[in-house]
Design a protein around this ligand. Structure first.
Ligand SMILES: C[S@@+](CC[C@H](N)C(=O)[O-])C[C@H]1O[C@@H](n2cnc3c(N)ncnc32)[C@H](O)[C@@H]1O
Length: 388
């Protein structure tokens, strides 16, 4: 069956955040609110396909991992009927999804429940595309390295095969700036999710990552505030590219500070920020979180043209215990809670996979305002937010 939907895919538990980010982006870029999406599972949103919405979604969104255009759906449970159905759909499709001579690549994801292996599904979809498009008198060829369009076959919630064009050509999480990873870097789209969850307001608030490692959160904070576009060649290939995209908030100049105990890691963060073209926008400071004080942040705020008593958010993903013994972690978390206590009127938010943080914070700061499950690279973790 020919279908026409825009699917935004992210980590589990991030539907609400992804939908909120799309509203922000669409209102600014298109001066309109997107329709209510259909939610599939805990990490996928589906909208009626709209080329303008698709363009701004894949160009500006930072919280999802993929943005795809769902174009065919099949109930076929075996390869032969899948091929036949896809071929017929493609032959009858009047959309400009290909041009003569295009290279394609096909990938299969989450097809374990299908009655054939992943490679067979890939081969079948690829053959159906090439043969179906041939009926339009056009030729496609396979080009895994530099495809014009990347196609994805996956099983949906009802075990139907969905065939989509991956508008961002792979994972959107890797932004391309990471040179040095540090110890346990946060995936970039998760940093964006954390920034949305803690409701960082770049116009009025300061953002401090007191344990910034390779700098993912500070770097994301600047790009999110500016709504920096990514270049998406697939849009031009599909004839849905608009004018050259510009940042939606080009003059955003938030105060963003990255601190870490480890000087070497801070050097890597600085290099990463330069590669991400936000080197000048972030202040880096070597500090033990136990020494962090509002006055220190106030001085930086003044240098950056903000009031010395401006408030904001402390946001980080602290170490959670792969290397530290439990009692050392408890000490570290206690110290973090005591530092937070000094930041009256701020918020503190953490992504952490160890319950000791909540226990230690309970003693000093009471209950979190928000506690939400949020996996970090397949590790069970929680997002916590405290009003200080
Ligand atoms: C899980 S990593 C943070 C990863 C980071 N978000 C990134 O994307 O690379 C935790 C960081 O906390 C830092 N750290 C550990 N103890 C610290 C302390 N007492 N004060 C400041 N930073 C500390 C480590 O050096 C490490 O870089």
């Amino acid at each position: 069956m020919i279908i026409d939907e825009l699917r935004i895919i992210g980590s589990t538990q991030t539907n609400v955040v992804m939908s909120a980010e799309l509203i922000r982006i669409a209102q600014r870029a298109l001066k309109r609110r997107p329709p209510e999406p259909r939610k599939e599972g805990l990490g996928q949103l589906v909208y009626p396909f709209d080329p303008e919405l698709a363009r701004v979604a894949v160009t500006y969104l930072r919280t999802p991992t993929r943005v795809v255009w769902d174009v065919y759906r099949s109930k076929a449970g075996r390869l032969e009927p899948l091929y036949d159905e896809l071929c017929a759909d493609i032959a009858g499709d009047t959309r400009a999804l290909w041009s003569d001579g295009d290279g394609i690549s096909v990938e299969a994801r989450r097809v374990d429940e299908f009655a054939a292996g992943e490679r067979q599904v890939v081969g079948t979809v690829k053959n159906a595309l090439i043969d179906g498009v041939a009926r339009h008198g056009k030729k496609l060829h396979v080009d895994p390295e530099r495809p014009t369009t990347r196609w994805v076959a996956r099983l949906d919630e009802n075990n139907e095969v969905l065939v989509s064009i991956d508008l961002g050509s792979g994972s959107l999480s890797a932004r391309g700036w990471r040179r040095e990873a540090g110890d346990a870097p946060l995936r970039e789209h998760l940093a964006a999710v954390l920034l949305m969850l803690c409701r960082f307001d770049p116009r009025n608030e300061i953002l401090v990552d007191p344990m910034c490692g390779s700098g993912t959160i500070p770097i994301e904070a600047i790009h999110m505030a500016r709504a920096t576009p990514r270049s998406v060649p697939t849009l031009a290939a599909l004839g849905i590219a608009g004018a050259k995209p510009e940042p939606l908030y080009a003059d955003a100049a938030p105060v963003v500070i990255g601190c870490d105990l480890d000087l070497e890691v801070l050097g890597a963060a600085r290099d990463n920020a330069r590669a991400a073209k936000v080197g000048e926008a972030i202040t880096w400071q070597r500090t033990d979180i136990g020494e962090l004080r509002p006055e220190m942040i106030g001085k930086i705020a003044v240098e950056r043209g903000k009031a010395a008593d401006a408030k904001g958010v402390l946001l980080c993903n602290p170490p959670y215990g792969e290397r530290l013994a439990e009692q050392d972690l408890a000490v570290l978390y206690r110290v973090m809670a005591e530092t937070c206590q000094r930041f009256r009127g701020w918020r503190a938010a953490f992504l952490v996979g160890n319950p000791i943080l909540e226990q230690e914070f309970m003693r000093v700061l009471g209950k979190p305002r928000i506690k939400k499950p949020l996996a970090n690279a397949n590790l069970r973790a929680y997002f916590y937010m405290y009003d200080l």
